[in-house]
Write a protein that binds this ligand. Sequence first.
Ligand code: NOJ
Length: 561
Amino acid sequence: MRITDTTDLWWKSAVVYCLDIETFYDANGDGVGDIEGLTDRIDYLADLGINCLWLMPFYPSPDRDDGYDIMDYYGVDSRLGNHGQLVELVQIAHDRGIRVIADLVVNHTSDQHPWFKASRKEKDPEKNPYRDYYIWRSDEPGDTSDQVVFPDKEDSIWEKDPKTGEYYLHHFYKHQPDLNLDYPPVVEEILRAMGFWLQLGFDGFRVDGVPFLEQKPENADPQYAVDPHKFMKSLRDFMSWRNGSAMMLGEVNMTRSDQLKFFGGEAADEMQMQFDFITMQAMYLAMAREDAQPIVTALNSRPEIHRSCQWAMFLRNHDELTLDKLTDKQRQEVFDAFGPEKDMQVYDRGLKRRLPPMLGGDPRRVKMAYSLMFALPGTPTLYYGEEIGMGEDLEAEARMAVRTPMQWSAEKNGGFSTARPSRLVQRTVPGAYGPEHINVLAQQHDPDSLMSWIRRLIQIRRSCPEVGWGKMTVLEHDGGKSVLAHRLDLDDSSVIAVHNLSADPTTVQIPTAGQFEDPHITDLLTHESPEIPDGGRLTVTLDGYGVQWLRVRQAGHLAIP
Ligand code: NOJ
């Protein structure tokens, strides 16, 4: 690898941070977070060390799906601010070394989008140029209840429109009609919107709902079958023509072979990054069992991807913690361990919780979980508030439980807003995980806080290209099934990470030599250099939920460890 690779393919060495502007920081005191508020806190993010900011949808929206129901692809929700402020935000972020990506939600629009309003007016495409922007059928669809994404709200992916008596397709809520991505004018509209945001300085997109781009619902007229790869290649071509270093990060919760296709296979001409949903779910199963094997199995199932592509690692995001890729029995194990109550579960497949409460608030276990996420091959992605260990509001509806205001201080509204609490976009988390107990101010300068730990992990991760670029080997050891020891090799350097998933302390003998004749080791957390005994097996002592990060190079190597 050349050092220039770390900038040309910047996403492979990035640390991503996701937030929703409306819940981050409210600068004008109206109860809703805004762009000016986020701009004010850019230095906070720079201090944390992240270098890619993913903004959840900020477009005008009736807000029936928290902004994922867009009614203008060129607009900015006026509650959040305006285009001028958004451009300033991007400018300042860039100055601090932070790239900014926007959510690109093109599977569907809101039913309030002018295209849909026009589409439903007249069913004859000859008379209505917008009719084919969406997917309509005249015959009765039959039972599609097994295809809906939100079973608590919908029982069909088709909705009858009283105006024309025809049905339109919607994989998500009925107020989110699916766009017809096989219709050239729609593709043109999407490219134009992407070009707009790229021109304003955005560095790429997080692509929403990729599995649903393939519009082949059962019983649908074959004329509506969309080739999602043809579509994705058009987005990638266009994006790269406009901005050669822009990146697309896909929400592709699919099988490994489908994921490989959305990377563009050997041609690597679709999305550069995808979230690794399979490993994420395996991490919870592994933590529940205190057994590293599910993680090894998940990593081994990854297909070989092109060197320009990358997996995004995550433990939580703004949606339910989906456990859909586990078997029913495995899912039940995770439910039993981390969300046994009915009000913690959602959609029969996931949990509406954040990580620390799931782990019983044990700081050692929480720190271990994040260390593991940062050490597994890929690019770590944080969801706002994870750095301080925020919890959830179980009384909030479904996924809203994990979308509460950022907790800056122990002040009123957690320092998020000066508005009356009743005016807040959403109430702050009540109880033990509320701002009185968990907040930035209390943790920022405390060397033992979770925030200091995350900042440290970010520093280590950003100085270890081995993790994003290296070849991973799972190391054999004698420390029991709860220990994962793995090595990441890149050129003349290796990183060895050891994680104990159990509360019981253990001692592990790990081989250190790898590719080196005379290995020299640096402990990346303590900066000490343990002696390696003859035979090259190092004894690592791990506390319950203990972790170890070691860098190995040939003795005499002049690189700064
Ligand atoms: C995926 C997003 O992550 C989720 O929050 C949203 O509800 C659906 N797409 C529909 O837009």
